[in-house]
Design a protein around this ligand. Structure first.
Ligand SMILES: *Cc1c(COP(=O)(O)O)cnc(C)c1O
Length: 374
């Protein structure tokens, strides 16, 4: 069965109403069987598991050919779960442009447990080799990166990590399972902020880990989910399942709109550079062709001429694009990263990050055209 069919039909929750769409099971507790010992439906208490979370985890595992998925209340709760599985004395190698929230977890919460980290440019494979220490346990990947939209060669970094006995996690939030399947390229755990493309409508916060194998680390993280308790609510899981029904319909529109917009922006005199892996002159276009299938995603950044002032003026004049953080929704968003990341931001002051929505691309182009012209 194809993924689009599975995402609509797999994991359906049966009740006695013959409901076509799955109900939301709000009950926090589930009745034992008549023998007094069994839990006939497999549910006991909703922090441990509940029907809506089970349905969501079933669908997510299918999307990346994973053995299992474990969901959380946010993307960063999912990242924290991975770091909790490390031991005191372990070292983590992170890309130098990792999502800042992930880096913050290691910088602010884990030093007291003796977990160290360092940063490396993942595009430089010799540097990756050189930066691995005897105590490195985890190599973290994020591709395309934020906000420079750089692509890491997943298979090459996995090969280096394996040589040194490290496990790998790929933050696949931007590429989504539609365009990239990190587990098929040898990664151990794929991470998603389901807040983004999986939710797809900017109205639910969530996170997920998809595992290649149900190994010891999976067992630890499953225990952490159930006992640590940073779980998504049944309603959040239901919303995400609703979103997944249209996932394979939404994603190609994001990618086609982004490619067309990138091509248009590239020839615009007010634009200095367009950072989008789908453009043939992008420095990582060959990696994109190898590890992205069916398109290059909906995220890009642009550098506009005239510095921060021109960038902010442009954002203020846009009518369809909204100047707001986050990404992956049906609506187009644009964001000046430097002013949200603060003075230590590595983003240039003329960089604007764009999450291209699924509106008609003619309208998106016309909106940008009028905002540049004024
Ligand atoms: C948003 C995001 C996260 C964090 O997810 P939350 O759901 O906001 O906790 C992690 N990684 C990437 C790449 C993201 O875009």
């Amino acid at each position: 069965m194809q993924l689009s069919t599975q995402l609509i039909h797999e994991g359906h929750i049966e009740d006695n109403s013959r409901a076509v769409m799955s109900p939301i099971v709000l009950s926090t507790t589930f009745e034992r069987g008549d023998d007094g010992l069994s839990f006939p439906a497999g549910y006991l208490y909703s922090r441990y598991d509940n029907p809506n979370r089970h349905a969501l985890e079933t669908k997510l595992a299918l999307m990346e050919n994973g053995a299992a998925a474990v969901t959380f209340a946010s993307g960063l709760a999912a990242a924290t779960a991975v770091f909790q599985s490390l031991r005191s004395g372990d070292h983590v190698l992170l890309p130098d442009d990792t999502y800042f929230g992930v880096r913050n977890i290691l910088a602010k919460l884990f030093p007291q447990f003796g977990v160290e980290f360092s940063l490396v440019d993942m595009l430089d494979l010799a540097q990756v080799q050189a930066e691995i220490r005897p105590n490195t346990r985890l190599v973290w990947l994020e591709t395309p990166s934020n906000p420079r939209v750089k692509l890491t060669d997943i298979a090459a970094v996995v090969a280096i990590a394996r040589q040194h006995g490290c496990f790998t996690v790929a933050d696949n939030t931007w590429a989504t399972p539609y365009f990239t399947k990190p587990l098929d390229l040898g990664v151990d755990i794929s991470l998603h902020s389901t807040t983004k493309y999986i939710g797809g409508h900017s109205d639910v916060l969530g996170g997920a880990l998809i595992f290649k194998a149900m190994d010891e680390r999976y067992e630890f993280i499953r225990t952490y989910q159930k006992t640590g308790g940073a779980v998504p609510s049944p309603f959040d899981c239901w919303l995400l399942c609703r979103s997944l029904a249209t996932f394979t319909a939404r994603m190609p529109i994001h990618a086609a709109n982004a490619l067309q917009l990138a091509q248009w922006l590239q020839q615009h005199p007010a634009v200095e550079a367009v950072l989008y892996p789908g453009l043939p002159d992008n420095p990582q276009h060959d990696i994109a062709l190898r590890q992205m299938k069916g398109g290059f995603g909906g995220m890009m950044s642009i550098l506009v001429k005239g510095g921060q002032e021109a960038a902010l003026r442009f954002c203020g004049k846009l009518r369809i694009f909204q100047h707001a953080t986050s990404l992956g929704g049906v609506e187009s968003l644009i964001e000046h990263r430097r002013s949200v990341e603060g003075p230590e931001s590595p983003s240039p002051d003329n960089l604007l990050r764009i999450s291209v929505g699924i509106e008609a691309v003619e309208d998106l182009i016309a909106d940008m055209e009028q905002a540049f012209d004024k």
